[in-house]
Design a protein around this ligand. Structure first.
Ligand code: IMP
Length: 426
């Protein structure tokens, strides 16, 4: 009955797709438990790049049942486009299951996401404008439409009419926007879209438990990351779901006792997209180098990611929030050409050294990073496949991070390819 969680430990884009894919190899089932197509997981398999937004990474293995859990918000059009893209590349998508309890993202969610961001002006969140927040807001307000509503066109239409009426009043009166047509939405979603999605709609809670009862290995795949968590992230600059490991229980429908391993994915430096505090952010040529060498542009939106040094204060907090059993470090090779590598080990706030994440967000905004400096290794790591292939300075850097963070670093990524990693645990 073992379940493993893979969770991002920073602000997303840690390269979760790569290690999720690696761990998935050993699994029978991979379940996405939150978020929607705001995620962008890039996998490079046999030289071919796959950019997944909604479909679980396990889709690329024939032996895995990929599951979109109840905690996910699903834009059916995006789901079908992604499945068509995968099929055109020869990937078998027939095993995909979608929870009937997952909520739908409908066109008005995207419109509201777009106009509220504009309305917020300089206080905008910097969302992906995919309708994620408005869809989760409707879920919490109990006016959301769920995937299972596609099975009953009459109910779908009844719920849609009520909600579109309310959204149109808001769009017109608050945002001065044109109304949405319930007829158009119904036509779009209840036709071919419904026909294609219907066979995938499943009681995924039952499915996951049947797998666990058979002692099958289940991977719970997080999207976004710990510091984008609605409760634990840098609110309001967060996403509208719970990426932390606890969210996996809710979003897949299992209890915490099933989870035996929690792998936190951390990049060897940090990036963030959108607004919000970022103590180790770099505005200099080192930042530019991290962006260029790391290809730090959104898979999804193309936005340049904000770069910064590795922040051990954040990571220690992520260890606690997620009960991490280990960390998988990604993109170490991006640091190859640097003479010196810095790690933030504490913050200075109003003249006081603080070793943990401040509780008050205003303090985080004024936190100045206290760095330890380590020598760079000046060697190309991209061919390393064993721990002893790494130059000693790279090993020292990893050991330093391990000591700072307090849990083992088990895997280290040295390039985008499926094979470009090494097992690091002693
Ligand atoms: P939303 O999830 O589109 O509502 O965006 C809320 C915040 O989360 C914004 O700062 C986004 O840039 C960020 N975000 C959402 N998804 C991802 C992701 O997959 N990687 C990194 N940041 C993300």
């Amino acid at each position: 009955m073992p379940a493993t969680v893979v969770v991002g430990t920073q602000w997303g884009d840690e390269g979760k797709g790569k290690f999720t894919d690696l761990v998935a190899k050993e699994m029978h089932m991979v379940v996405r438990y939150q978020g929607g197509h705001n995620a962008g997981h890039t996998l490079v398999v046999n030289g071919e790049t796959f950019a997944l937004q909604l479909v679980p990474s396990g889709i690329l293995y024939d032996h895995i049942t990929p599951v979109i859990g109840n905690g996910v918000v699903v834009d059916p059009r995006v789901l079908l486009e992604e499945l068509d893209m995968l099929s055109s590349k020869g990937v078998d998508t027939s095993l995909l299951k979608v929870s009937g309890n997952a909520h739908l993202i409908l066109p008005y969610h995207q419109e509201i996401d777009r106009v509220t961001e504009r309305y917020l002006g300089k206080n905008k969140i910097g969302t992906t404008k995919r309708g994620i927040g408005p869809a989760y807001a409707d879920k919490a307000s109990r006016v959301g439409l769920r995937v299972q509503d596609l099975l009953d066109p009459k109910i779908f239409r009844q719920k849609l009419d009520v909600v579109v009426k309310e959204k149109n009043a808001i769009l017109a009166k608050v945002y001065n926007q044109l109304p949405q047509s319930a007829d158009d939405i119904a036509e779009q979603y209840l036709g071919e879209c419904r026909e294609r999605i219907e066979p995938m709609i499943t009681d995924t809670v039952n499915l996951v438990h049947e797998a666990l009862e058979l002692d099958h290995h289940v991977l719970l795949e997080g999207a976004q990351a710990t510091f984008l968590d609605l409760d634990h992230g840098t609110y309001p600059y967060v996403t509208s779901s719970n990426p932390v490991a606890g969210g996996a229980c809710v979003g897949a429908g299992i209890g915490p006792r099933f989870i035996t391993r929690v792998i936190g994915i951390a990049k060897a430096y940090v990036t963030r997209v959108g607004s919000g505090p970022f103590p180790t952010e770099l505005f200099d040529e080192v930042g530019d180098l991290l962006v260029e060498r790391g290809g730090e542009y959104g898979t999804n939106t193309g936005r340049r990611r904000r770069p910064g040094w590795f922040d051990a204060v954040m990571l220690r907090h992520a260890v606690r929030l997620n009960s991490l059993s280990e960390v998988a470090l990604t993109k170490l090779d991006v640091l190859d050409t640097l003479d010196t590598v810095k790690v933030c080990v504490a913050y200075e706030i109003d003249g006081t050294r603080i070793e943990h994440l401040p509780y008050h967000q205003s303090d985080l905004h004024k936190a100045k990073p206290i760095y330890e400096q380590l020598p760079g290794w000046g060697e190309d790591l991209s061919e390393a496949t064993e721990r002893h292939h790494l130059p000693s300075r790279a090993r020292d850097y990893i050991a330093f991070l391990e000591a700072q963070v307090g849990v083992p670093i088990s895997l280290v990524g040295v390039g985008p390819g499926r094979e470009q990693f090494l097992h690091f645990a002693a």
